[in-house]
Design a binder for this molecule. Structure first.
Ligand SMILES: Cc1cc2nc3c(=O)[nH]c(=O)nc-3n(C[C@H](O)[C@H](O)[C@H](O)COP(=O)(O)OP(=O)(O)OC[C@H]3O[C@@H](n4cnc5c(N)ncnc54)[C@H](O)[C@@H]3O)c2cc1C
Length: 458
């Protein structure tokens, strides 16, 4: 379906702006320094040009090359790979329904079945990439995760979600407070719900390995620090211009997450939210043994508006990562004061859970963008002739971004067999937002209320 063609002309007037996220992602900071791929500094041609090197863009490039083995594919990334949301998330590649607006992540049975199928496809696709590009073990571990409950309402949400999963025929295991303490070393949690299918990733390591693996292929080129500032139709091709060069491509895929609005598409249909995270300094051997518990674990909160916690013990040493707070930022520009507020909440959440680690401070703090729609629909599809969008992942971008990239590539290649396209055919467009100021006031009030209701789970 060709949608929003007229909106593109709006973009011509507005111009595409790109704003980096705030703070350096701890995931990136604990990795050895990587040499970015070169900036685009010439006028070149390609069969396909992909804009954005997050999960969606990288998956699109790999899928295009699987289908069209000899095609020339160029990826343009505004920042350096791993410094955007793809490298600054909490690293849960979740296979199960994960509806943030629900009280327990459960959605409708029919859409949940489809989500499970697509999410597992994405996890398998990324696992193949990890093997193909020979990434270290810490990039991707199929270890499962736990929904952690610190309140009685959290325990009820876990119970509700486990019943929903059982109806869907999915494996899960309820844990009591003692089991949770054995895992974490903390007496904070009342219970948990373990689900085995989530892959726990080191997001920055994974996307860097993915991007560099693609860039090493003979017919794929990746240019970093090369923000696309204009797109123009030139006869039957698209010209994508950066500050110092351009790509003339037969087909192009926009994999820029919420920034797709800046290109004139899906205007007033996408909700832009920032999430916030902090990572501790490396724990000393004494702190690790005093904390006890297992070496590695990942907890999503049983209330979707609670606190996510991970413990890692890889190349950056033993560390804990805390994520909570949402802010609604319709202009796509992150706000420093929100990062400061979140930092305060992260310290509170950390010390409440780990009072024995009172001397441990946070070394890295950051924010990152999330793109949502009111009806949980993707901004996915053909938006103009030979131009496709793979955006708006509704909170589960590691898996849904991968799926969106795969589907956009299959659309661009008109791949009918062995394709995920039929799974997507009848999807709606993202629903229109309410008029301002009702949308912003309503969204901010909703977020604050849900965070407050999360109580001890936050
Ligand atoms: C703190 C935090 C925790 C999260 N936790 C999880 C989690 O545990 N699990 C999960 O599934 N999801 C999580 N997410 C969400 C997830 O990170 C995103 O949904 C995911 O990265 C989206 O992938 P994407 O490829 O669509 O977009 P992005 O990762 O945002 O990639 C888009 C890329 O496009 C580039 N770009 C933008 N404009 C231009 C331009 N003009 N020219 C060229 N390039 C451009 C950007 O620089 C960016 O690299 C979290 C997000 C945050 C911030």
């Amino acid at each position: 379906m060709i949608a929003h063609i007229n909106e593109w002309f709006d973009w011509m007037k507005a111009g595409a702006s790109y704003h980096p996220d705030l703070g350096e992602s701890g995931w990136l900071a604990i990795l050895p320094q990587r040499k970015p791929q070169a900036e685009l500094s010439a006028d070149i041609e390609a069969d396909y040009c992909i804009i954005g090197a997050g999960f969606a863009g990288l998956a699109a490039a790999r899928r295009l090359l699987q289908i069209h083995k000899t095609a020339r594919v160029v990826i343009l990334e505004a920042a350096t790979v791993g410094s955007g949301p793809a490298g600054r998330n909490s690293g849960f590649m979740i296979d199960l329904p994960h509806v943030l607006s629900s009280s327990s992540y459960a959605g409708q049975a029919a859409s949940d079945q489809r989500d499970i199928k697509l999410n597992r496809h994405a996890i398998a696709f990324v696992r193949e990439v990890v093997d193909e590009f020979d990434m270290p073990e810490e990039a991707f571990r199929a270890e499962g995760k736990i929904n952690a409950a610190a309140s009685h309402s959290g325990v009820r949400a876990n119970q509700e979600y486990s019943e929903h999963l059982q109806k869907l025929g999915e494996l899960c295991e309820l844990l009591d407070a003692r089991a949770m303490q054995a895992i974490t070393g903390s007496s904070y949690y009342l219970g948990g719900l373990r689900t085995p299918g989530t892959a726990m990733i080191q997001p920055a390591l994974l996307v860097q390995g993915f991007a560099d693996g693609l860039a090493n292929l003979v017919n794929c080129e990746l240019f970093e620090q090369s923000a696309v500032v204009s797109i123009q139709k030139q006869s039957d091709r698209w010209k994508l211009s950066t500050a110092k060069g351009s790509v003339l491509a037969a087909k192009a895929i926009l994999a820029v997450n919420g920034f797709v609005e800046n290109f004139g598409f899906y205007r007033r249909r996408l909700m832009h939210v920032n999430l916030y995270a902090s990572m501790t300094r490396e724990l000393s051997e004494r702190e690790v043994s005093e904390l006890a518990g297992e070496d590695r674990w990942g907890f999503t909160p049983s209330d979707p508006f609670g606190t996510t916690v991970r413990k890692i013990n890889d190349s950056g040493g033993h560390r804990l990562i805390i994520r909570n707070r949402f802010s609604y930022d319709p202009g796509l520009v992150p706000r420093n004061e929100q990062l400061q507020r979140a930092a305060h909440d992260h310290d509170q959440a950390f010390h409440a859970r780990f009072p024995g680690l009172s001397a441990v401070t946070m070394q890295h703090r950051w924010s990152g963008r999330l793109c949502l729609s009111r009806n949980h629909a993707w901004a996915l599809g053909q938006v103009a002739e030979h131009l496709y969008s793979a955006c708006c992942q509704n909170g589960l971008g590691t898996t849904k971004g991968t799926v969106a990239g795969i589907i956009a590539a299959e659309m661009a290649c008109e791949q009918q067999v062995d394709s995920l396209m039929p799974e997507f055919e009848n999807d709606e467009l993202p629903q229109k937002l309410l008029p301002e100021p009702f949308m912003t006031v309503g969204a901010r009030t909703y977020l604050r209320l849900r965070e407050w209701l999360a109580g001890k789970d936050r």
